[in-house]
Design a protein around this ligand. Structure first.
Ligand code: 4AD
Ligand code: MG
Length: 464
């Protein structure tokens, strides 16, 4: 198979000269006899006709095999094919008489390539989540998972296009790191030739160095958090894109984040309609993702949460554990439910900025107008999907940053290189991190991040 064959969606031809094509190229092959290679998804039979539903990764097509169209042995063989048998089917491509863009193959030949050694574990009946997760390597073949993989791919490509289009340079950050970035409690420790090393929590610190080299930098790779939380939003390994821009402030950072989320919703809506339909995503909830996003201060978010809590008290409600509903204590970070209360006010993502510095990372710049606050921003997705972006303006004053490192009890030696960025031509700069899996969950409308990544790594899952 040559690359030019791949580009034309044709995988060459058989010795008899029949083109081998993929299902997504059937529109160009109406009236032609072709060969398809794929897996049997479903089969039914009327006795005289077999209907074989075949998928090949690019799509799904019904192959109709009449008793008189093939020899007796082939017709009999087709009646015993089990789910996920890999097959090669020869047939004439026909356009569906009524439904546009739907095709059918009138089969004239069948070759079994790989017979399953037993019944396929994932049948169309309902399975429990644990069972499906244990069989993730097979589950990926199902319609729903296939749709999610394709949306995820589109999201990743859109992210790259967005930053590349704005003149950013991709700068890869390392995965083994000597120091923490996002707090010391979620570090995965490894042995690095006798030294301690950690799997990276974020490439941000390296992107700050890169921003001084190329102006606008981004990294895009896997990041790791040894989070003990078992929630629908947390993975131990997730993908994050992290832009960092020299001479950009918090407002510019919010503009950049807003543009990215608008581009994501827009592109998924235009390119992945079919997949969103399979996922039964209410697309009207994505149509509203337009500029401008509301930008509210932490204080305003606290007011929204407290208004909600007052309403709950007035209705006589209590917390789940029976304790009374109390006002949100100013100074704390929001929990998942608080974020949902805030985001439920809006039909598009909301940007919450100027959190109390105490609950945020050491590197955020203090608000010059109120030293209690940090110039950070969290972008909360609508419909309760929570924080999809976290970022902000960085502390660019050497002495303030040194004090913050000390305050957070971080080992200063490990950060000397990072402090050098403030010693040699310090510059205002800002950036953020967008989590790919939470974005996939939101855009696809999935209840849990475990289906957003091909092979999830979670608190209690390392396999397959
Ligand atoms: O808010 P976080 O922790 O921010 C950072 O790591 C910054 N250093 C980024 C930066 O400014 N360059 O993480 C950023 C995003 C979150 O908003 C969320 O989308 C995702 O990463 N994220 C997770 N996704 C899945 N599982 C987890 N355990 C996640 N932790 C963070
Ligand atoms: Mg965060």
């Amino acid at each position: 198979m040559s690359t030019s064959d791949l580009q034309s969606s044709s995988a060459g031809s058989t010795p008899s000269g029949v083109s081998i094509v993929t299902i997504d190229s059937l529109a160009r092959n109406v009236g032609a006899t072709v060969v398809l290679r794929g897996w049997l998804y479903n089969r039914r039979s009327s006795g005289k006709v077999h209907f074989l539903e075949v998928r090949d990764g690019t799509g799904m097509v019904q192959c109709v095999m009449g008793k008189n169209d093939v020899d007796e042995a082939t017709f009999a063989a087709a009646d015993h094919l089990s789910q996920e048998t890999s097959v090669e089917i020869t047939g004439l491509v026909k356009a569906h008489p009524k439904r546009p863009n739907v095709f059918e193959v009138a089969a004239t030949g069948l070759r079994v390539l790989g017979k399953p050694s037993g019944e396929y574990p994932i049948s169309p009946k309902e399975h429990g989540t644990d069972f499906l997760m244990d069989n993730r390597h097979l589950w990926l073949r199902s319609k729903r998972q296939h749709a999610i993989l394709r949306v995820r791919h589109t999201i990743i490509r859109t992210i790259r296009d967005y930053f590349d289009g704005l003149g950013f340079t991709l700068v890869d950050a390392p995965i083994f790191t000597p120091n923490a970035c996002e707090g010391t409690s979620t570090l995965f420790e490894t042995d690095y030739h006798g030294d301690k090393a950690y799997l990276t929590q974020s490439g941000q610190l390296y992107m700050e160095a890169a921003a001084a080299a190329v102006g606008k930098a981004y990294c895009f790779g896997p990041t790791f958090r040894a989070e003990k939380s078992k929630t629908r939003r947390h993975l131990a390994e997730f993908w994050m894109v992290e832009p960092e821009v020299a001479f950009m402030d918090l407002d510019g950072d919010m503009d950049l984040a807003e543009g990215l989320l608008v581009a994501l919703a827009d592109r998924v809506l235009t390119e992945r309609r079919e997949e969103l339909a399979i996922l039964e995503r209410d697309t009207s909830k994505l149509e509203t993702v337009k500029r401008p996003f509301p930008r509210i201060r932490y204080d305003q978010a606290v007011a929204i949460i407290n208004e909600h809590r007052r309403e709950r008290r007035a209705k006589g409600e209590t917390n789940q554990d029976g304790s009374p509903v109390e006002d949100f204590p100013w100074g704390e970070d929001f929990g998942g439910e608080d974020e949902t209360v805030v985001s439920n006010r809006y039909d598009r993502p909301v940007m919450v900025h100027r959190y109390p510095a105490e609950v945020k990372a050491f590197y955020l710049k203090r608000d010059p107008e109120d030293a209690r606050l940090a110039l950070g921003v969290d972008v909360l997705a609508p419909e309760g999907y929570g924080e999809v972006i976290g970022g902000g303006q960085r502390e660019d004053d050497l002495a303030t940053l040194e004090a913050a490192i000390e305050h957070h009890k971080l080992p200063k030696e490990a950060f000397e290189w990072y402090l050098d960025l403030r010693r040699y031509g310090s510059f205002p700069h800002a950036g953020f991190g967008l989590g790919v899996e939470r974005s996939v969950a939101w855009l696809c409308g999935l209840p849990h991040v475990r289906e957003t990544i091909p092979f999830p790594r979670m608190l209690s899952r390392l396999a397959p």
